[in-house]
Design a protein around this ligand. Structure first.
Ligand code: CS2
Length: 494
């Protein structure tokens, strides 16, 4: 996976890049930081940073990005020798387009020096703190959306407010510094796939500040801005083959390249402190008054189907989403899930035809150049299912409508977190509630109905309503039996 024969991408070598590769078209050397981004994974590098690159080319401004890794130094270690530069490789069946992105100007690793992260956010030049820390990074209870005050990182941060570990703790520490310095707050721009993500993060920040006591919570409520967003682009974890493809496209070795599909979408609630933001609206992002219909469409159709294909596809032996939708049984199942169970209870955003949206999703999932692993999407199901699948189930139950396919998705998750696949192989289950799930399943023993009841009884995921709903329990139990009896391929056809 190394290309020792090629020079490594950096400011010194960028001039050697192959013709046709897109390059930063603004003055990078004088780009001052205006955004602190928490969670420097592949997604933000192919989404917010890509839009910002376009915005800077259109309207210059102090919108450089300080990228913060909240856990490991890996991204910084890949990007720092490249002066923050990296390749975004857009791929589909028709070919490859390479772009070098230059917006990341500074790199920090929070555990190495949390005070520097707080300082970067407290700096007057910082106008936006954006986040892609994944669902579990918010330390909240997924069923209620409230701060989990017992979360070890939150407990730590309440005891050590000057050296926070959690994103929420860091933002509150920095907002406190800004208030003390007489500065306006920064806008908090959540770019994770969470329901009402702006209000959710506002609530977590408020909960945390209230636990600390003092006037900060009220100051944030009065002056802060937490716009909701809907973010969309399929960006799988980078593989060694992707790095080779990026090197082949640019002629430079890049340890931090990302691969993404051509499609991108960004809907942002137009609510920023002092209106300060890059010209994202001029480069395709839609600034709107209400993100909710877009968010419901995306979380329930795209992410809901992704999770369905992740669990059912993994159990059926498919490594990637493109493999799973290449299997006619699963493809038909997902079509049925959209048309029969999801679309009828999701209001269409203005100007959108949901059937067309679903067709476009199937085409995106079928992109042969994007190998998005079912195992990657299957991660953290306890944090994902509520907004992706359970919200639609609640809508249907309230209207007395059947939930056969949706219940099968929940049953596939129960089967998946059981930790053994249909071939008898162990599954590497990654989930912040893995211990809780394991204990529930161990206590239930081998009885299928007891295993389903144990998992769907976890209130942090299923709330108080669903565990008590006899119709829900029966539908998931029946689906689980079908999975045990004939496997995932037969169950989806049933
Ligand atoms: C995926 C998302 O990993 C997952 O859970 O469903 O990352 C998905 O690819 C993006 O939300 C697409 O915008």
């Amino acid at each position: 996976m190394t290309q020792p024969a090629l020079p490594r991408l950096s400011t010194a070598t960028i001039g050697q890049v192959r013709a046709g590769v897109l390059l930063p078209s603004y003055c990078r050397a004088s780009l001052a930081p205006g955004i602190v981004h928490l969670g420097l994974g592949a997604f933000v590098r192919a989404h917010l940073a890509d839009y910002t690159e376009d915005a800077l080319a259109r309207v210059p401004g102090a919108w450089g990005i300080t990228g913060v890794s909240l856990q490991r130094p890996d991204q910084r270690d890949r990007l720092a020798p490249q002066n923050g530069l990296y390749t975004a490789l857009q791929r589909d069946g028709d070919g490859v387009r390479a772009r070098i992105i230059g917006g990341v100007r500074r790199l920090l690793v929070a555990p190495e020096n949390p005070a520097r992260v707080v300082e970067a956010m407290a700096d007057p030049g910082c106008r936006i703190v954006s986040l892609t820390v994944t669902e579990k990074g918010y330390c909240h209870d997924p069923a209620t959306g409230r701060l989990n005050a017992e979360h070890p990182d939150i407990r730590h941060d309440l005891e050590h407010p000057a050296a926070p570990r959690s994103a929420v703790g860091m933002m509150v520490a920095a907002l406190g510094r800004r208030r003390a310095a007489g500065l306006a707050p920064f806008t908090v721009l959540c770019c994770d796939n969470l329901p009402h993500n702006g209000a959710l993060v506002a609530g977590l920040v408020a909960d945390f500040a209230a636990l600390q006591g003092g006037p900060l919570a009220a100051w944030i409520a009065r002056n802060g801005a937490f716009p909701a967003t809907m973010v969309d682009r399929i960006v799988p974890a980078t593989t060694p083959a992707d790095l080779d493809a990026a090197a082949a496209a640019t002629g430079l070795w890049d340890a931090a390249a990302v691969t993404h599909e051509p499609f991108r979408q960004w809907i942002i609630e137009d609510r920023f402190v002092d209106g300060a933001r890059p010209a994202w609206h001029e480069v395709g992002a839609q600034l709107v008054g209400d993100v909710t219909p877009f968010e419901h469409m995306k979380l329930r159709l795209l992410n809901g189907a992704h999770s369905a294909l992740a669990y059912l596809g993994y159990l059926a032996g498919h490594e990637t989403i493109v493999d799973a939708v290449g299997d006619a049984a699963l493809r038909d199942f997902v079509r049925g899930l959209w048309c029969e169970e999801i679309i009828p209870v999701v209001p269409a955003p203005p100007g959108t035809d949901l059937a067309g949206y679903a067709d476009a999703l199937l085409a995106r999932f079928s992109n042969p150049a994007i190998r998005h692993r079912t195992w990657q999407i299957a991660m953290d199901g306890s944090q994902k299912l509520p907004q992706r699948v359970l919200a639609t189930i609640r809508e249907r139950l309230a209207r007395g409508l059947p939930i056969r396919r949706l219940a099968l998705v929940v049953a596939a998750w129960v089967r998946y977190v059981g930790g053994v696949d249909e071939a008898g192989q162990a599954i590497d289950v990654r989930d912040p509630l893995a211990g809780v799930l394991r204990a529930a399943l161990d206590a239930a023993g081998d009885d299928a109905a007891a295993r389903v009841a144990a998992v769907i009884g976890i209130e942090a995921v299923f709330g108080q309503d669903l565990p008590r709903d006899a119709g829900f329990r029966a539908a998931v139990t029946n689906a689980y039996w079908a999975l045990l009896a004939g496997g995932a391929r037969a169950a989806v056809a049933g």
